[in-house]
Design a protein. Structure first.
Length: 416
């Protein structure tokens, strides 16, 4: 089997995802994606006529984010028309899945040069589009999927996060402490320039600088600031979830009778809503050697895992176990872990279930501090892990993240 190597990784700064307030408001999503593709081309002198595929992750594929961003962004970036492209949706896991599929194409021997990545402009996604995305999952005005909800009730993600905290006996104080540390670590990483290798500035179509730094982090956050925040998902707990009249809380307690769901997550312990894009350049060993490229890492193993759709967020632990088994490695063989901070409880449970040393996981903060541009986040996390392996002179990293529907993709990379 051929080896799949990571040659380079780039990402945009993460801008606020509030409508009308994003630094990227003037850009089409494909313009933002084109920026990271152009950066890869320039940094590595890519002959884009030889790019076999651009595999892209975008979750909300509506309106501006529809129409196969992978292909359109490559054209917008000035790539040769021979560079094909495809766009996929595994919800939050889209960017990570795009990279795993790119690696699989190379490892199978079918392709030699593939770019993976993702884009999400959360700032333009409306409630109507959120409803459209849920039409295949939940009952509602845009679709009536009563049979699926009867088999696998699917609630609000924040309510599911609160339910997991209740099931695991994890307190708000513990989640706030985790979230505070995410802010502290992100602040330290930014001050130390740890993201500078992959971070590229974003310009508008006239060449004016739009953004050159992450906007979401609040490194001066104090414990008292978090303690003062009201739970974000209390309003959903007893609110009707769909036309059946069942509340979001009842959808979960129908599967977990007697569970007392106490709202504990808030804006400071949930992932930030941001805009962003990221891309990774992958190649076979033979192609990299021909181009004179020095690979930065190789893909050791990939895995996908499904779990309970009702709790929705618990698949990262079994995904990690599965990818470790695929790689024939132990937890102790992994130097760094990146687990997306969709909600504080996701990573807190991961740490507790697997007995992870807290100094080895999300060492530069995570989405609570930095934000979660859904379709792009997986690609960002791989690049972040790779940069940190190199900075510390370490060997392996495991990256995983929860995704709606109760899923998690995972990958293990090894520094070359």
């Amino acid at each position: 089997m051929a080896e799949a190597y990571i040659i380079d990784a780039v990402r945009t700064p993460r801008s606020t995802g509030k409508p009308g307030k994003s630094a990227y408001t003037s850009l089409h999503p494909q313009n933002l994606a084109a920026g990271v593709l152009a950066a890869l081309k320039e940094r590595n002198n890519i002959n884009t006529a030889e790019v076999d595929d651009v595999i892209w992750g975008t979750s909300a594929q509506f309106d501006k984010q529809g129409g196969d961003l992978g292909r359109m962004a490559a054209l917008d970036a000035g790539y040769d028309v021979k560079a094909s492209g495809v766009t996929l949706d595994r919800f939050c896991g889209s960017g990570l899945t795009a990279t795993n599929l790119a690696a699989a194409e190379i490892m199978s021997g079918m392709e030699d040069l593939v770019i993976s990545g993702g884009t999400e402009l959360m700032s333009f996604i409306t409630q109507h589009q959120i409803d459209q995305a849920a039409a295949g999952i939940k009952r509602g005005s845009l679709g009536d999927n009563a049979r699926l909800q009867a088999r696998h009730p699917q609630s609000n993600q924040g309510v599911a996060a609160d339910a997991i905290a209740a099931l695991e006996g994890i307190t708000r104080e513990e989640l706030d402490a985790f979230s505070l540390e995410s802010q502290r670590r992100a602040g330290r990483a930014i001050a130390g320039g740890y993201f500078s290798k992959s971070l590229i500035p974003v310009y508008d179509l006239e060449g004016k600088l739009l953004l050159d730094h992450d906007e979401h982090p609040r490194p001066n956050t104090a414990a008292a600031d978090l303690a003062a925040l009201k739970p974000s998902f209390a309003k959903f707990l007893d609110a009707p979830a769909d036309e059946s009249g069942a509340t979001f809380g009842q959808l979960i307690t129908s599967r977990y009778p007697g569970l007392n769901i106490v709202p504990v997550h808030h804006a400071g312990s949930s992932s930030g809503v941001v805009d962003g894009a990221a891309a990774l350049l992958l190649a076979s060993g033979a192609y990299a050697e021909k181009q004179g490229w020095k690979p930065r890492a190789r893909i050791i193993a990939t895995a996908n895992m499904g779990d309970d759709p009702t709790l929705m967020l618990n698949a990262p632990v079994p995904a990690a176990r599965k990818v470790l088994a695929r790689a024939r490695l132990k937890l102790s063989d992994i130097d760094l872990f990146e687990v997306n901070e969709a909600f504080a409880v996701v990573v807190e449970k991961f740490i507790r279930d697997l007995g992870i040393d807290r100094e080895r996981i999300n060492v530069n903060g995570g989405a609570i501090a930095l934000g979660h541009p859904v379709g792009a986040t997986g690609a960002i996390l791989i690049g972040t892990a790779l940069d940190e392996l190199e900075r510390r002179g370490l060997k392996r990293a495991l990256i995983t993240m929860c995704a709606a529907g109760g899923m998690a993709p995972a990958v293990i990379i090894e520094r070359v």
